[in-house]
Design a protein around this ligand. Structure first.
Ligand SMILES: NC(=O)c1ccc[n+]([C@@H]2O[C@H](COP(=O)([O-])OP(=O)(O)OC[C@H]3O[C@@H](n4cnc5c(N)ncnc54)[C@H](O)[C@@H]3O)[C@@H](O)[C@H]2O)c1
Length: 368
């Protein structure tokens, strides 16, 4: 057992599990699985993509074999455009070939795309088999891998097909970030800043005090682990309060409503998810200031921190009517009204569901 691993409990009543964070935690995968009750001979399908698998699948497979598990590896193509039904079919084909059974396990080794798809494939194979998340992007470590939201995109919108399916374990090894492209690292920082704004003023101020948060090589290891821990803990706490997103879990969508519009209208792949969320946070910050909910100075601090993380802040040129129609297609629309999570102070947000099209128009005009 790796004594240096740090454990965060996700204390859901029906599906409790742990997030394990540690410098060399990949090597302890087999032990961690045995510890939570998986037995010798367990059939395991590891799903990954080449960029990730080239670096980390050997270590994972070794650890599984050492603990007498029976792993198979499936490599998919990388990218948001792969997050579709065809990839799910490939995973299910591999599950069939590997003769996975009800008690078998799928492991997602990769970023949020691999995590969401593998989670969904596990949720739907034999009406639900176990899944373990091993996130290898910053975004997936602090957000996508925790909380059981799984799914794929539909041609009409992002994440329209999906299921709640909690993992048995989330294993985070920050050393995997050293092979991550820089732009992806920055995109993950957007989600960390999000946790600062929605629930953790101390985290926000910790980031504000740093000289550099945009380059991994300039961030010391303790700080990196600390911000991942704090963010993962925030996510876990929110998920425990509201597993199926009928209340406070909506706070996690801070910046995402506008972010999804950018992703939908500019095409998946033009902006990274975290970049779209960064611009979305600036936009909704403006909406909150306009409503008199948020101090202008706090909105400035948020924008500065986002800039310091090397993330975009400028709203792209988009037709208002397209923005409105994309917002109407958002999953969070109730009775035709779009909901927005808006900040009241840094570390404290609230959900508003009475935003008019005129307000959105005014906000976007100010941003462009
Ligand atoms: N389920 C949720 O709760 C949730 C939350 C947030 C986001 N998401 C989803 O997550 C997805 C975005 O995830 P992402 O930002 O992790 O992107 P991603 O999964 O597309 O990964 C980004 C790129 O980095 C590469 N990569 C990943 N880890 C690497 C590593 N360690 N070394 C080298 N290359 C590596 C991947 O191959 C890919 O090319 C979106 O589809 C979004 O909808 C889901």
């Amino acid at each position: 057992m790796n004594k240096d691993n740090f454990h965060i409990k996700v204390s859901l009543t029906s599906n409790p599990y742990e997030i394990v964070i540690g410098k060399n935690s990949l090597e302890s995968l087999g032990d961690e699985l045995s510890k939570i009750g998986f037995k010798d001979g367990l059939k395991v399908l590891v799903v990954s993509n080449k960029e990730v698998s080239d670096h980390y699948s050997d270590c994972i497979i070794r650890s599984l074999i050492k603990n007498k598990f029976n792993p198979k590896l499936l490599i998919l193509k990388a990218g948001e455009e792969q997050k579709n039904q065809s990839s799910i079919d490939l995973i299910h084909d591999a599950a069939y070939e590997a003769r996975l059974e009800r008690g078998s396990l799928m492991i997602a080794l990769g970023g949020g795309v691999i995590g969401d798809m593998t989670g969904f494939a596990a949720a739907t194979w034999l009406r639900g088999i176990h899944v373990v998340q091993i996130p290898t992007t910053l975004l997936a470590m602090v957000d996508a891998s925790i909380g059981g939201k799984t799914g794929i995109n539909h041609s009409k919108g992002k994440n329209l097909i999906g299921a709640f399916h909690q993992p048995k374990l989330v294993l985070i090894d920050p050393k995997t970030l050293f092979t991550l492209p820089e732009r992806e690292f920055k995109a993950g920082m957007a989600e960390i800043i999000k946790y600062g704004v929605i629930s953790d003023l101390e985290l926000f101020e910790l980031l504000e005090r740093q000289d550099n948060i945009s380059e991994l090589s300039k961030i010391n290891e303790e700080l990196l682990i600390e911000v991942i821990k704090r963010s993962a803990k925030s996510k876990a706490e929110i998920v425990v309060k509201d597993e199926k997103e009928s209340g406070v879990r909506a706070f996690l969508n801070y910046g995402h409503t506008f972010g999804h519009v950018i992703e939908n209208l500019c095409g998946y792949g033009k902006w990274l998810h975290g970049e779209a969320v960064a611009i979305g946070m600036v936009a909704v910050g403006q909406l909150a200031v306009q409503r008199g909910l948020w101090e202008e100075n706090d909105a400035k601090r948020q924008k500065q921190l986002i800039k310091k993380a090397g993330l975009p802040t400028k709203w792209p040129k988009l037709e208002l009517k397209n923005v409105i129609s994309s917002l109407q297609g958002d999953k969070k629309v109730k009775n035709g009204k779009v909901s927005f999570v808006m900040p009241l102070t840094i570390g404290n947000v609230k959900l508003f569901n009475n935003i008019s099209n005129e307000e959105i128009h005014e906000c976007l005009q100010k941003l462009s």
